[in-house]
Design a protein around this ligand. Structure first.
Ligand SMILES: [Zn+2]
Ligand SMILES: [Zn+2]
Length: 285
Protein backbone atom coordinates (compact mmCIF):
# COMPACT_ATOMS: atom_id res chain seq x y z
CA UNK A 1 0.00 0.00 0.00
CA UNK A 2 1.52 3.33 -1.11
CA UNK A 3 0.42 6.38 0.85
CA UNK A 4 1.36 10.01 0.11
CA UNK A 5 -0.05 12.39 2.72
CA UNK A 6 0.99 15.83 1.45
CA UNK A 7 0.10 17.19 -2.02
CA UNK A 8 -0.87 20.55 -3.47
CA UNK A 9 -3.24 21.40 -6.33
CA UNK A 10 -4.14 24.62 -8.14
CA UNK A 11 -6.43 25.34 -5.17
CA UNK A 12 -3.18 26.70 -3.67
CA UNK A 13 0.28 26.66 -5.26
CA UNK A 14 0.37 23.31 -7.08
CA UNK A 15 0.16 23.15 -10.87
CA UNK A 16 -2.20 20.15 -11.24
CA UNK A 17 -5.90 20.83 -10.90
CA UNK A 18 -7.45 18.73 -8.11
CA UNK A 19 -8.83 16.35 -10.79
CA UNK A 20 -5.45 16.05 -12.52
CA UNK A 21 -3.79 15.44 -9.18
CA UNK A 22 -6.12 12.50 -8.47
CA UNK A 23 -5.49 10.99 -11.91
CA UNK A 24 -1.73 11.50 -11.59
CA UNK A 25 -1.75 9.96 -8.10
CA UNK A 26 -3.44 6.84 -9.47
CA UNK A 27 -1.03 6.74 -12.42
CA UNK A 28 1.88 7.00 -9.96
CA UNK A 29 0.63 3.82 -8.29
CA UNK A 30 -0.60 5.44 -5.08
CA UNK A 31 -3.36 3.79 -3.04
CA UNK A 32 -3.93 6.78 -0.75
CA UNK A 33 -3.34 10.47 -1.45
CA UNK A 34 -3.98 13.48 0.80
CA UNK A 35 -5.00 16.82 -0.68
CA UNK A 36 -3.35 19.41 1.57
CA UNK A 37 -3.62 22.82 -0.06
CA UNK A 38 -2.42 25.85 1.88
CA UNK A 39 -5.15 27.17 4.18
CA UNK A 40 -7.98 25.98 1.96
CA UNK A 41 -10.26 23.01 1.38
CA UNK A 42 -11.77 24.29 -1.84
CA UNK A 43 -10.13 21.60 -4.00
CA UNK A 44 -12.09 18.83 -2.23
CA UNK A 45 -15.22 18.70 -4.39
CA UNK A 46 -13.35 18.51 -7.69
CA UNK A 47 -10.92 15.91 -6.32
CA UNK A 48 -13.73 13.71 -5.01
CA UNK A 49 -15.64 13.94 -8.30
CA UNK A 50 -12.55 12.82 -10.24
CA UNK A 51 -11.34 10.15 -7.81
CA UNK A 52 -10.44 6.97 -9.76
CA UNK A 53 -11.42 3.54 -8.45
CA UNK A 54 -8.66 2.10 -6.28
CA UNK A 55 -7.45 5.46 -5.00
CA UNK A 56 -8.52 6.81 -1.60
CA UNK A 57 -8.51 10.54 -0.88
CA UNK A 58 -7.61 11.91 2.55
CA UNK A 59 -9.04 15.44 2.75
CA UNK A 60 -6.67 17.81 4.53
CA UNK A 61 -5.00 21.21 4.50
CA UNK A 62 -1.61 22.69 5.30
CA UNK A 63 -2.07 25.49 7.81
CA UNK A 64 0.29 28.48 7.95
CA UNK A 65 1.54 28.88 11.51
CA UNK A 66 4.14 30.89 13.41
CA UNK A 67 5.67 30.43 16.83
CA UNK A 68 8.20 32.80 18.44
CA UNK A 69 8.71 34.50 15.09
CA UNK A 70 9.41 31.23 13.24
CA UNK A 71 7.04 30.26 10.41
CA UNK A 72 5.98 26.65 10.23
CA UNK A 73 3.38 24.51 8.49
CA UNK A 74 0.88 22.25 10.18
CA UNK A 75 -0.75 19.47 8.18
CA UNK A 76 -4.31 18.86 9.28
CA UNK A 77 -6.18 15.74 8.20
CA UNK A 78 -9.78 14.59 8.28
CA UNK A 79 -11.18 17.60 10.12
CA UNK A 80 -14.74 18.80 9.58
CA UNK A 81 -14.31 21.43 6.82
CA UNK A 82 -17.46 23.25 7.98
CA UNK A 83 -16.42 23.59 11.63
CA UNK A 84 -16.81 27.39 12.08
CA UNK A 85 -13.79 28.32 14.24
CA UNK A 86 -11.23 26.53 12.07
CA UNK A 87 -12.97 27.79 8.92
CA UNK A 88 -12.76 31.38 10.18
CA UNK A 89 -9.05 30.99 10.95
CA UNK A 90 -8.32 29.59 7.46
CA UNK A 91 -10.15 32.59 5.96
CA UNK A 92 -8.19 35.02 8.13
CA UNK A 93 -4.90 33.54 6.90
CA UNK A 94 -6.05 33.45 3.26
CA UNK A 95 -7.29 37.03 3.30
CA UNK A 96 -3.78 38.09 4.26
CA UNK A 97 -2.13 36.25 1.37
CA UNK A 98 -2.84 38.88 -1.29
CA UNK A 99 -1.58 41.96 0.62
CA UNK A 100 1.42 39.90 1.65
CA UNK A 101 2.30 38.83 -1.89
CA UNK A 102 1.82 42.43 -3.02
CA UNK A 103 4.23 43.50 -0.27
CA UNK A 104 6.86 41.04 -1.58
CA UNK A 105 6.39 42.41 -5.11
CA UNK A 106 6.95 45.95 -3.78
CA UNK A 107 10.12 44.91 -1.96
CA UNK A 108 11.42 43.15 -5.09
CA UNK A 109 10.74 46.28 -7.12
CA UNK A 110 12.77 48.26 -4.58
CA UNK A 111 15.57 45.74 -5.13
CA UNK A 112 15.40 46.45 -8.86
CA UNK A 113 13.50 43.30 -9.88
CA UNK A 114 10.81 44.22 -12.46
CA UNK A 115 8.20 41.75 -11.16
CA UNK A 116 4.57 42.90 -11.29
CA UNK A 117 1.48 41.94 -9.32
CA UNK A 118 -0.25 41.03 -12.61
CA UNK A 119 2.52 38.51 -13.32
CA UNK A 120 2.17 36.89 -9.89
CA UNK A 121 -1.63 36.82 -10.24
CA UNK A 122 -1.34 35.17 -13.66
CA UNK A 123 1.00 32.50 -12.25
CA UNK A 124 -1.32 31.88 -9.28
CA UNK A 125 -4.14 31.35 -11.83
CA UNK A 126 -6.88 31.83 -9.26
CA UNK A 127 -5.20 29.63 -6.61
CA UNK A 128 -4.51 30.68 -3.02
CA UNK A 129 -1.55 33.00 -3.76
CA UNK A 130 1.72 32.27 -1.96
CA UNK A 131 5.47 32.69 -1.92
CA UNK A 132 6.06 29.93 -4.53
CA UNK A 133 4.07 32.01 -7.04
CA UNK A 134 6.33 35.01 -6.40
CA UNK A 135 9.30 32.63 -6.63
CA UNK A 136 8.04 31.34 -10.01
CA UNK A 137 7.89 34.95 -11.22
CA UNK A 138 11.57 35.32 -10.28
CA UNK A 139 12.33 32.20 -12.33
CA UNK A 140 10.37 33.60 -15.29
CA UNK A 141 12.38 36.80 -15.08
CA UNK A 142 15.65 34.87 -14.97
CA UNK A 143 16.53 36.30 -11.54
CA UNK A 144 16.98 32.79 -10.14
CA UNK A 145 17.21 29.43 -11.88
CA UNK A 146 14.72 27.44 -9.81
CA UNK A 147 11.93 28.10 -7.32
CA UNK A 148 14.12 26.70 -4.53
CA UNK A 149 16.83 29.22 -5.42
CA UNK A 150 14.35 31.99 -4.57
CA UNK A 151 13.95 30.62 -1.04
CA UNK A 152 17.20 32.13 0.22
CA UNK A 153 18.10 35.03 2.48
CA UNK A 154 18.89 36.98 -0.66
CA UNK A 155 15.25 36.77 -1.79
CA UNK A 156 12.19 35.16 -0.21
CA UNK A 157 13.28 32.97 2.71
CA UNK A 158 11.93 33.99 6.12
CA UNK A 159 13.76 37.19 7.00
CA UNK A 160 15.09 37.46 3.43
CA UNK A 161 15.45 40.79 1.64
CA UNK A 162 12.04 40.56 -0.08
CA UNK A 163 10.24 38.62 2.64
CA UNK A 164 6.99 39.91 4.11
CA UNK A 165 5.36 38.22 7.10
CA UNK A 166 1.69 37.30 6.92
CA UNK A 167 -0.93 36.45 9.47
CA UNK A 168 -0.08 32.97 10.68
CA UNK A 169 -1.80 30.90 13.32
CA UNK A 170 -0.17 30.10 16.63
CA UNK A 171 0.47 26.34 16.29
CA UNK A 172 -0.98 25.63 19.74
CA UNK A 173 -4.15 27.40 18.62
CA UNK A 174 -4.03 25.44 15.33
CA UNK A 175 -3.81 22.15 17.24
CA UNK A 176 -6.74 23.18 19.43
CA UNK A 177 -8.84 24.24 16.41
CA UNK A 178 -8.06 21.12 14.37
CA UNK A 179 -8.81 18.85 17.34
CA UNK A 180 -12.09 20.65 17.96
CA UNK A 181 -12.92 20.02 14.29
CA UNK A 182 -12.17 16.30 14.77
CA UNK A 183 -8.90 16.36 12.82
CA UNK A 184 -5.36 15.07 13.21
CA UNK A 185 -2.26 17.35 13.26
CA UNK A 186 1.14 16.58 11.77
CA UNK A 187 3.96 19.13 11.85
CA UNK A 188 5.11 19.46 8.19
CA UNK A 189 8.83 19.35 7.30
CA UNK A 190 9.96 20.48 10.78
CA UNK A 191 13.67 20.53 9.85
CA UNK A 192 13.44 22.24 6.45
CA UNK A 193 16.25 24.66 7.30
CA UNK A 194 16.58 26.15 3.83
CA UNK A 195 13.13 27.70 4.17
CA UNK A 196 14.35 29.79 7.10
CA UNK A 197 14.74 29.28 10.83
CA UNK A 198 13.23 26.07 12.20
CA UNK A 199 11.28 25.44 15.39
CA UNK A 200 13.40 24.15 18.32
CA UNK A 201 12.83 20.63 19.63
CA UNK A 202 11.65 22.07 22.95
CA UNK A 203 8.72 23.70 21.14
CA UNK A 204 7.92 20.44 19.34
CA UNK A 205 7.83 18.75 22.75
CA UNK A 206 5.38 21.39 23.98
CA UNK A 207 3.23 20.82 20.89
CA UNK A 208 3.29 17.08 21.53
CA UNK A 209 2.03 17.77 25.04
CA UNK A 210 -0.69 19.99 23.55
CA UNK A 211 -1.99 17.20 21.31
CA UNK A 212 0.21 17.21 18.20
CA UNK A 213 -0.19 13.78 16.61
CA UNK A 214 2.89 13.46 14.46
CA UNK A 215 5.78 14.92 12.52
CA UNK A 216 6.63 14.60 8.85
CA UNK A 217 10.07 13.00 8.73
CA UNK A 218 10.60 11.66 5.21
CA UNK A 219 10.52 14.83 3.11
CA UNK A 220 12.75 16.16 0.34
CA UNK A 221 13.92 19.06 2.50
CA UNK A 222 15.34 16.73 5.19
CA UNK A 223 18.75 15.13 4.79
CA UNK A 224 19.60 11.72 6.27
CA UNK A 225 20.90 13.26 9.49
CA UNK A 226 17.74 15.36 10.00
CA UNK A 227 15.51 12.32 9.40
CA UNK A 228 17.46 10.26 11.89
CA UNK A 229 17.24 13.01 14.50
CA UNK A 230 13.50 13.55 13.90
CA UNK A 231 12.79 9.81 14.09
CA UNK A 232 14.49 9.76 17.51
CA UNK A 233 12.54 12.82 18.63
CA UNK A 234 9.24 11.25 17.51
CA UNK A 235 10.05 8.12 19.45
CA UNK A 236 10.88 10.11 22.59
CA UNK A 237 7.71 12.17 22.33
CA UNK A 238 5.37 9.37 21.22
CA UNK A 239 4.61 11.06 17.90
CA UNK A 240 3.58 9.40 14.65
CA UNK A 241 6.10 9.57 11.80
CA UNK A 242 4.91 10.36 8.29
CA UNK A 243 6.58 10.64 4.90
CA UNK A 244 5.22 12.49 1.90
CA UNK A 245 6.18 14.11 -1.36
CA UNK A 246 4.84 17.64 -0.76
CA UNK A 247 4.08 17.44 -4.48
CA UNK A 248 3.48 20.76 -6.24
CA UNK A 249 3.15 19.52 -9.84
CA UNK A 250 5.72 21.08 -12.14
CA UNK A 251 6.54 23.88 -9.67
CA UNK A 252 8.89 21.55 -7.81
CA UNK A 253 10.85 18.56 -9.06
CA UNK A 254 9.62 16.03 -6.49
CA UNK A 255 7.39 13.24 -7.85
CA UNK A 256 4.14 11.94 -6.36
CA UNK A 257 4.95 9.09 -3.98
CA UNK A 258 8.65 10.03 -3.78
CA UNK A 259 8.23 9.65 0.00
CA UNK A 260 5.46 7.66 1.61
CA UNK A 261 3.83 6.91 4.96
CA UNK A 262 3.72 3.53 6.65
CA UNK A 263 0.25 1.90 6.39
CA UNK A 264 0.14 1.40 10.18
CA UNK A 265 0.67 5.11 10.77
CA UNK A 266 -2.00 5.91 8.20
CA UNK A 267 -4.36 3.52 9.99
CA UNK A 268 -3.69 5.28 13.28
CA UNK A 269 -4.41 8.69 11.71
CA UNK A 270 -7.76 7.46 10.39
CA UNK A 271 -8.60 5.93 13.78
CA UNK A 272 -7.90 9.19 15.62
CA UNK A 273 -9.90 11.37 13.23
CA UNK A 274 -13.57 12.05 13.90
CA UNK A 275 -14.22 15.09 11.71
CA UNK A 276 -14.22 13.42 8.29
CA UNK A 277 -13.53 10.07 6.65
CA UNK A 278 -11.15 9.07 3.86
CA UNK A 279 -13.03 8.97 0.55
CA UNK A 280 -12.63 5.79 -1.51
CA UNK A 281 -12.66 6.29 -5.27
CA UNK A 282 -15.80 5.10 -6.95
CA UNK A 283 -14.30 5.32 -10.42
CA UNK A 284 -15.80 8.66 -11.43
CA UNK A 285 -14.80 10.86 -14.36
ZN1 LIG B 1 4.87 23.31 3.81
ZN1 LIG C 1 3.21 21.62 1.36
Amino acid sequence: MRIDLHCHSTASDGTDTPAELMRNAAAAGLDVVALTDHDTTRGYAEAIAALPAGLTLVPGAELSCRVDGVSMHMLAYLFDPEEPALLAERELVRDDRVPRAKGMVAKLNELGVPVTWEQVERIAAGGSVGRPHVASALVELGVVETVSDAFTEEWLADGGRAYVAKHETDPFEAIRLVKTAGGVCVFAHPAAAKRGRTVPESAIAEMAAAGLDGIEVDHMDHDAEARERLRGLAKDLGLLVTGSSDYHGSRKTVALGAYTTDPEVYGEITRRATGAFPVPGAGGA
